[in-house]
Design a protein around this ligand. Structure first.
Ligand SMILES: NC(=O)c1ccc[n+]([C@@H]2O[C@H](COP(=O)([O-])OP(=O)(O)OC[C@H]3O[C@@H](n4cnc5c(N)ncnc54)[C@H](O)[C@@H]3O)[C@@H](O)[C@H]2O)c1
Length: 369
């Protein structure tokens, strides 16, 4: 089989791409972490790139040996001239939906692998999924932590019945949107992709916190329930220490913690009702797979998307699963706006956090220098 021809949209800036220590929360140049995966995988070939900044596109093309004829500042022209099989989108979240729709409607692509979070409004999340489903285009999101060794270890422990039946999941992280999409997506994995039924939440947003162009609250507290009866609870920002683990999973017969205390002593530990205390479990040496670990699971995530395409099967990185996490995020913001529990399906179109900032209901001040 000829390799899938892949085109990148959103190459990132070369300085922080080549030197990840230059990364800030306004830009990671994460395309530089995706591109080597396509070169390493046998079934893919990186053939073109597009970026609205010509210097970004040219530097990326030089680094990853893309010929000058296949370097673009307009993704639509790239799609028309190159006709790639797969498009990888590494632009800021506010641009994802329009780019996905352009690729699915006019690009003739078979698959789109898009960075997280899905989009900056709930309406855009639905729109990109809807267009891709109707056009038969595979749409996946880069929640690469699903392939982190400690995460796979936790999932195996759950599936083995180590803590009995799962009753509740607790997460602690920086904010619901930018990093929270990873944590809430993992809740979906641990809950066997159960469907969220409702969420209730409160947020605080007093200091401006922009990640990749999008607002992120400073502090949030949320609880939700899946259609299986399993509960979720999120303590974000200042209160994350009350969970003091990436995930704490409570079952009928014990507790599993993923990266307790930031993973300093163990990446996974278990406390079963019939044992004397915590038992550390080998969670592998790749950490949780972030920048500080050099994103070791990026290739597993991209490989999963490409293999699902080749095998014509649903991917576990599918929009269907990403929608569950996104509905909880935007539902939590909507709950704060309504001061009430939000029952799903979520019927709003916008991003309640952004709307509340725009309306002056939340007035985050610039961070102190
Ligand atoms: N999975 C992860 O762990 C992870 C880590 C970092 C970033 N991300 C996500 O990756 C995405 C990109 O983030 P980043 O920090 O690498 O961004 P970045 O700012 O470093 O790079 C984005 C690039 O997109 C280009 N761009 C912007 N709008 C465009 C458009 N309409 N068409 C073409 N190019 C456009 C910019 O010029 C820039 O070169 C975001 O969604 C972010 O949340 C995910």
């Amino acid at each position: 089989m000829a390799p899938f021809r892949v085109a990148m949209i959103g190459t990132g800036a070369p300085d922080r791409g080549r030197d990840p220590s230059q990364v800030t929360q306004s830009g990671f140049s994460v395309a530089y972490r995706h591109a080597p995966c396509y070169r390493e995988l046998a079934d893919t070939e990186l053939v073109a790139c597009a970026d609205i900044d010509p210097d970004h596109a040219a530097a990326f093309a030089e680094m990853f040996e893309i010929g000058p004829a296949n370097v673009y500042t307009d993704h639509r022209i790239m799609l028309a001239e190159v006709r790639p099989d797969v498009v990888d989108i590494c632009t800021p979240a506010s641009t994802h939906a329009d780019l996905v729709v352009d690729c699915a409607l006019d690009g003739g692509v078979a698959a789109i692998h898009c960075e997280k979070p899905m989009a900056t409004t709930w309406g855009d999340c639905r729109r990109m999924d809807d267009v891709c489903r109707r056009r038969g285009v595979q749409l996946t999101f880069n929640h690469q932590r699903r392939f982190a060794t400690p995460v796979l270890t936790v999932k195996r422990l759950l599936d083995d019945g180590t803590i009995g039946a799962l009753e509740r999941m607790e997460i602690g992280a920086s904010a619901l949107f930018s990093y929270g999409t990873h944590s809430i997506d993992l809740c979906g994995l641990f809950a066997d992709e159960a469907i969220p039924e409702w969420v209730i939440a409160q947020i605080d947003y007093r200091t401006e916190n922009i990640y990749s162009g999008a607002h992120n609250e400073n502090q949030a507290f949320a609880q939700w329930q899946y259609d299986t009866g399993v509960y979720g609870m999120a303590a974000m920002g200042m209160g994350a220490g009350m969970v003091d683990a990436h995930h704490r999973l409570i079952g009928t017969e014990g507790i599993i913690e993923l990266a307790p205390g930031g993973g300093a002593n163990a990446l996974v530990r278990v406390n079963r009702d019939d044992t004397a205390g915590w038992e550390a479990i080998d969670g592998g040496d790749g950490g949780m797979g972030g920048l500080s670990n050099g994103y070791p699971y990026m290739i597993r995530s991209i490989e999963e998307a490409i293999t699902a395409l080749a095998e014509d099967r649903p991917s576990q990185l599918s929009a269907k699963h990403a929608l569950n996490a996104s509905e909880l995020i935007f539902g939590a913001y909507e709950s704060a706006r309504r001061r009430a529990r939000v029952d799903f399906p979520l019927t709003i179109e916008d991003n309640p956090l952004e709307a509340m900032v725009a309306a002056g209901e939340l007035n985050p001040l610039p961070p102190e220098a």
